[in-house]
Write a protein that binds this ligand. Structure first.
Ligand code: ADP
Ligand code: MN
Ligand code: MN
Ligand code: MN
Length: 416
């Protein structure tokens, strides 16, 4: 069902009469809807004893719960659940296709609203664990019209084309997902005073410890464990430069799997934040006033030949190709990225392509280890935290497999 404006009006009207105070009319666009509900309504949904009562009920042993997850029109994840015979959960091939009402997600017109979900990748469901040796599952899906055409927003289908026939390259991606945690007011980052700024500038918060520096560790740790349980190759995590900002890394993952794993990791992150009742945004520059770092999704890349003897030369050639197509990459590296790629706060300007060794002010960085060993991987620092991982990995793949490009002079070592 689509929320028409008349329905929103009707709901708003009902809410107003319930609250008996027009001044308290709730903003239905916010997640809180405060003022309509009594103070205790909904609180028991976070009560561990209440939740445990239902969690302790066994699942029927011949059935599983499958949570079908997909990417919506604005790049967020959505999901819905179905019961399936346990045997069907063994492989994506045996999982049925499903559908959803695309008119409610801006992914289909109302008069032909069905969008088809095609299962692509299975993970264990960390939110519905069971003790009988059978797994409930999360299913990463992509989206098609009933006629079988990928939706315009199905960037996985675009990426799959870029990786087609490229198995021999054994391309690996390691994605560093940065994100920012806020109070439920969606305005106050964790650890910040309401309506104000931290009294200390950034500096002590990166990889920090201590209650005055580190905000949201329990959330990141919960997410880390849930991701590991799910089967995601999460490789690490660290506190970020702006207080309330955090990062985890996924990878190395091979080819299209990087996109599947990263999207599912975002889904898990949002579910964990739901439990903690903390708002999480992937906006690349959630705080524009003051001197605060933005949030990115640095993407580390290597092919088999980059990881072998002489790999540094292959890496340099790939970087020249990326330089040649800088504008095309920026165009798909995430919305609002121009607020982040200013040339300050460990970024390069959005207008120029640069590369350097160990240089965090470059568009693309070659790590010290890779430089010294003459092989390894490179880091594309341009993608924003809200970028689409399928688009980014697919675009990098097609560019570095494309025609040779003229040499680019690296930034001076002194700038590193
Ligand atoms: P940074 O030093 O930029 O903060 P991180 O340690 O946060 O880097 O992330 C590096 C990412 O690169 C990790 O996800 C890691 O698994 C991945 N990675 C490591 N080696 C390779 C490789 N050869 N190819 C691609 N990705 C790699
Ligand atoms: Mn990192
Ligand atoms: Mn980082
Ligand atoms: Mn990085």
């Amino acid at each position: 069902m689509k929320f028409t404006s008349s329905l929103v009006f009707a709901l708003g009207f009902a809410a107003q009469s319930l609250a008996f105070a027009p001044a308290m009319a709730p903003k239905l666009s916010t997640s809180l809807n405060a003022g309509v509900l009594s103070k205790t309504t909904g609180q028991s949904s976070l009560d561990p004893a209440v939740i445990a009562k239902y969690n302790s009920l066994p699942f029927p042993e011949d059935s599983i719960l499958a949570e079908y997850v997909w990417t919506d029109a604005v790049g967020n994840t959505r999901s819905k659940t179905r019961t399936l015979p346990a045997a069907k959960g063994k492989s994506v091939e045996s999982l049925p296709k499903w559908n959803f009402d695309g008119s409610s997600t801006d992914q289909a017109p109302g008069d032909d609203s069905e969008v088809i979900l095609r299962p692509c990748r299975i993970f264990k469901d960390p939110f519905r664990p069971r003790s009988d040796g059978i797994d409930n599952i999360l299913v990463m899906c992509d989206t098609y019209t009933p006629a079988g055409e990928p939706l315009e927003t199905n960037n996985r289908a675009f990426a799959a084309k870029a990786f087609e026939g490229m198995d021999d390259e054994e391309v690996w991606f390691g994605m560093e997902q940065e994100f920012t945690l806020f109070n439920l007011d969606e305005r106050t980052p964790l650890g910040w005073p309401e309506g104000g700024m931290p009294s200390r500038a950034q500096g002590p918060y990166y990889c920090s410890v201590g209650p005055e520096n580190s905000f949201g560790r329990a959330i990141v740790d919960a997410m880390y464990k849930a991701a590991l349980y799910a089967g995601i190759t999460i490789s690490g995590t660290n506190g970020e430069v702006m207080p309330g900002q955090q990062e985890y890394q996924v990878g190395p993952c091979v080819g299209i799997d990087a996109g599947d794993q990263l999207m599912m990791s975002r889904y898990i992150l949002q579910r964990v934040c739901e439990d903690f009742q903390v708002y999480c945004t992937l906006h690349p520059k959630p705080i524009v006033e003051g001197d605060w770092n933005g949030a990115g999704m640095h993407t580390n890349v290597s092919t088999k030949s980059m990881r072998e003897e002489g790999g540094l030369e292959v890496i340099k050639k790939a970087i020249y190709k990326l330089g040649e197509k800088h504008a095309e990459h920026i165009a798909i590296y995430g919305e609002g990225n121009e607020l982040r790629l200013t040339g300050k706060f460990e970024t390069a300007s959005i207008n120029d392509f640069t590369f350097g060794v160990a240089n965090r002010g470059a568009s693309v960085r070659i790590g010290r280890d890779t430089w010294d060993e003459g092989k390894g991987y490179f880091e594309d620092r341009r993608p924003s935290s809200n970028c689409d991982p399928y688009l980014v990995s697919g675009k990098i793949m097609s560019t570095i497999m494309g025609p040779e490009a003229p040499e680019i002079t690296p930034l001076d070592k002194e700038e590193a």
